[in-house]
Design a protein. Structure first.
Length: 76
């Protein structure tokens, strides 16, 4: 069974559209949604292992310019 996580993303002011477009190109991200509330974007990740989820978050999502903060919620 694959591992799954939701990544709650805060973006810098004025950067939500650019971040949204960039995340749509990241391998491992299954969906990207713009939302209202304390976070600007929620990305859904699926990967083979929890370690792979961590690699996507730290290696690919955190590398996107305009992201100021993330919270990763693993599906149990």
């Amino acid at each position: 069974m694959a591992a799954k996580a939701f990544v709650l993303i805060e973006t810098a002011v004025g950067k939500t559209r650019v971040v949204f477009a960039s995340l749509g190109q990241v391998e491992g991200i299954k969906s990207v949604d713009t939302v209202t509330g304390p976070y600007d974007i929620i990305a859904t990740i699926e990967a083979e292992t929890l370690s792979d989820i961590g690699d996507v978050v730290t290696g690919k999502i955190h590398a996107v310019d305009g992201i100021s903060r993330t919270v990763t919620c693993l599906v149990v």
